[in-house]
Every structure is written in structure tokens, then in C-alpha cells.
Design a protein around this ligand. Structure first.
Ligand SMILES: Nc1ncnc2c1ncn2[C@@H]1O[C@H](COP(=O)(O)OP(=O)(O)O)[C@@H](O)[C@H]1O
Ligand SMILES: [Mg+2]
Length: 382
């Protein structure tokens, strides 16, 4: 959809703002450009819609060199939302949102319908908001109207330059959530600039990290958190970046042992055998509808007779959408060496075991050490 091929920008006076940046932005994704202040983020954004022209390389939009597209046409097909929105203060919300559709010479009736539709999309009641002026809106409302204005003529591409940068942290999180919901519906190709790594990890399908005008890493949030390209990326992600990775992984990606449970009619020796085979200290017990009743500890089963009367409740049951960040403390605090994962209705889905989690973490973070371990296997320590 958008391709930057070895793009440079040297400003008059010789400032090298962008050097040799190549990246591709897929249709329908949010691509986040992030880096410290002055690293060239806004310059890249403004080269995409040709507010600024590149001094080297090419920018292709849907395979067409952007220099071959007439600039006003290009800008009408690319929405643009910036920090503090720059809404026109003398225009109402309705007039602000209608700016680009008017430039595109839409019929009045179509414009009116589009304004209503966009106000609904951003969660502002048209009856209450359409005729207000920007000065009558809160910061968060202004920002949402800024997004609606950028979407005015339904452009396939949206450029957003630190759109939530000037908003207080609580409102900012709400705007991020709302925007992700909106994107589910509109599915635009979005280039989103921020200097906040947590915002980048939350919003981005892909992230490009810039340093002094150069792209130092591009990948999914998981790629970047599990394999930072260099020390700059590690420092930029902040302390505890591996913890941030834990926030991106859901229990359903790591759970297993979907067949590890027993029903009330199981006999004791078989239950005990199953626990030993799976190296579990207890086993979940389910009813006929596969709903989780609790667990039976190995020692109760080994003691013989009536294990069905020794069922204990789990201190914590995990949901499949829980993140590893939310799950690992309950898991390691529990006397069992695993926790069950269940649906809201109580249906058992599987187990998150300490052993499997350890293996998963190892696979993710220890790849570079694998070679050493393999080498060690040939020369066991005597
Ligand atoms: N119009 C300009 N003329 C000269 N230098 C500029 C101009 N705009 C930006 N720069 C410089 O280019 C570099 C990148 O700026 P910018 O893209 O705005 O960074 P960011 O958005 O990442 O903070 C900075 O060193 C900045 O000072
Ligand atoms: Mg900037």
C-alpha cells in the first residue's frame, strides 16, 4: 500500500532529517513510527502526503510513485490528524468535519449524512455536538473531532502525528481504546507517529523505530520486544521491557493440556497415574458438561478411598484472554504447579503450567543461547 524505498530528506541548510529509510506499510494496518524527538518522524509523515518533498529515494502509494500524483488529489486521499488537532476555531464541529468533502465538491446532502455518520463513529451525539465551536469542547472531544475531520472524505490512508500527545494520561488511554475500536470498523491504512513506547506497543500492528533519521528496527510489537535489534532499542523500550512483552501474550497462546482433567467417575489409581505422567501436583475435576468443579491433590488420591469428597476450589481460574503479565503472579503463588483456564461459564479449556510457561519463555528469549546448550549436550559435565 505505502512503500518507502531508500528515502532521504536533507533540509535546506544541510540538516539530514531522514537517511535511507525503506519500509512497507500494509493495507489496513496501523504502522507506528516511533523515536526520540527530532529523529525524523514528522518529516517522514509529511513526505508521504508531499507536504514536504523527499530529496532521495521513492515513495509509492499503491504502486504509484507519489510524485506522479497531483498533490491536491494526493492530500484528499490521505487524511491527516495532528496533535492539538488544529481545528478551525471559527468553524463549528460540523463545518470542520465537512472541510475536505466540500473541497471534493460533494453534494450538501451527502456531506450532512457523512458528518452525522462520523460523529456517531467517534461517539459524539450529533444533536449535541454538531453546532458547537472547538472552544466549547474538552481536549479529548477536540481530538476525536480532529480524527473525524481527517476521515471526512473517507480517505483510504490516515496519517496521525502524535494525535494524543497533548492529552492527559487517563483520557489518552480512553482515546487509544476508542480509536482501536474505530479502526476495527473502518480498516484504514494508518501511519501513526508517537514518542511513547507504550502507545506504540498498544496501537501498532507494526512498529518502525527511528534514531537520528535512520530506521533501526521494524517489526511487530512481539518481534521488537523479544528481539530488540540493538542497545538503542533496548534503552528506548525502557526498563522492564521483557515485562511489557508479557502484556502482549495471551493465555490462550501458551495454555495446553486440554486433555488433562478427570471426571467424578474416574478411579483413583488412573487419576494418580495421569498426574504423574504430566508431572502435575493435582488434577482438575469436571462435571458431565465439562464445567470445572475444582481440583483433587495427588496425596488425596494416593490415600485411597473417596477422592471425590476431597475436591478443593482453585484460588484462581484464568481466562483465555488474560495476558501472561496478569497470570504469572497467581500462577507462581499457587500451590499447584499450574492454573486452569476456563470460559466465563466455567467450561475448562486447558491448563497453564509452570513447566510449559518456562519452556515458552526460554524459546522466546534464549534463542541465542541455544547453540551453547546444544554444544554442552555433546560434552556433558562429568
Ligand atoms: N523545515 C525544517 N528546516 C530545517 N530543519 C528541519 C525542518 N523541519 C525539521 N527539521 C529538522 O529535522 C529533524 C527531524 O525533525 P522532525 O521530523 O520534525 O522530527 P520528529 O517529528 O521526530 O520530532 C530535526 O533535527 C529538525 O530540527
Ligand atoms: Mg514531530
Amino acid at each position: 500500500m505505502i512503500l518507502l524505498d531508500d528515502v532521504d530528506k536533507v533540509y535546506p541548510g544541510g540538516v539530514k532529517a531522514v537517511t535511507g529509510v525503506s519500509l512497507s506499510i500494509r493495507k489496513g494496518e496501523i504502522y507506528v513510527l516511533i523515536g526520540p524527538s527530532g529523529c525524523g518522524k514528522s518529516t517522514i509523515l509529511n513526505m508521504i502526503n508531499r507536504l514536504i518533498s523527499a530529496t532521495g529515494g521513492r515513495i509509492l502509494i499503491d504502486g504509484v510513485d507519489s510524485r506522479q500524483i497531483e498533490p491536491t488529489l494526493l492530500r484528499r486521499s490521505i487524511g491527516y490528524a495532528i496533535q492539538e488537532t488544529a481545528l478551525f476555531p471559527h468553524m463549528t464541529v460540523r463545518e470542520n468535519i465537512a472541510v475536505v468533502p466540500r473541497l471534493c465538491k460533494w453534494e450538501e446532502r451527502r456531506i450532512a449524512a457523512r458528518v452525522e455518520e462520523l460523529l456517531h463513529l467517534i461517539g459524539l451525539d450529533p444533536g449535541q455536538y454538531a453546532d458547537k465551536y472547538p472552544a466549547q469542547l474538552s481536549g479529548g472531544e477536540k481530538q476525536r473531532v480532529g480524527v473525524a475531520r481527517a476521515l471526512g472524505a473517507d480517505p483510504p490512508i490516515l496519517l496521525m502525528d502524535e494525535p494524543f500527545g497533548a492529552i492527559d494520561p487517563i483520557t489518552r488511554v480512553r482515546l487509544q481504546d476508542q480509536f482501536l475500536e474505530i479502526q476495527e470498523k473502518i480498516n484504514k491504512t494508518i501511519v501513526f507517529v508517537t514518542h511513547d513506547i507504550d502507545e506504540a506497543l498498544k496501537m501498532g500492528d507494526h512498529i518502525g523505530i527511528l534514531n537520528q533519521g535512520r530506521l533501526v528496527q521494524s517489526g511487530t510489537p512481539k518481534d521488537i520486544l523479544s528481539h530488540p535489534a540493538d542497545a538503542f532499542v533496548e534503552v528506548f523500550m525502557g526498563t522492564g521491557w521483557k515485562m511489557k512483552w508479557l502484556k502482549l501474550i495471551r493465555v490462550e497462546e501458551v495454555m495446553d493440556h486440554t486433555d488433562c482433567f478427570c471426571t467424578l467417575d474416574a478411579d483413583g489409581p488412573e487419576v494418580a497415574r495421569r498426574m504423574r505422567r504430566q508431572a502435575l501436583s493435582s488434577l482438575p475435576v469436571v462435571d458431565g458438561a465439562h464445567r470445572l468443579l475444582g481440583y483433587v491433590p495427588l496425596k488425596e488420591v494416593q490415600a485411597g478411598r473417596d477422592w471425590q469428597r476431597r475436591i478443593l476450589p482453585y484460588a484462581q481460574v484464568l481466562g483465555k484472554k488474560w495476558t501472561l503479565f496478569d497470570s504469572f503472579l497467581p500462577l507462581f503463588a499457587d500451590a499447584n504447579n499450574y492454573l486452569p483456564v476456563a470460559e466465563d461459564k466455567g467450561t475448562l479449556l486447558g491448563l497453564l503450567t509452570e513447566a510449559h510457561l518456562r519452556e515458552y519463555l526460554g524459546d522466546t528469549f534464549m534463542e541465542s543461547e541455544e547453540g551453547l546448550q546444544d554444544a554442552g549436550a555433546d560434552h556433558p559435565i562429568q
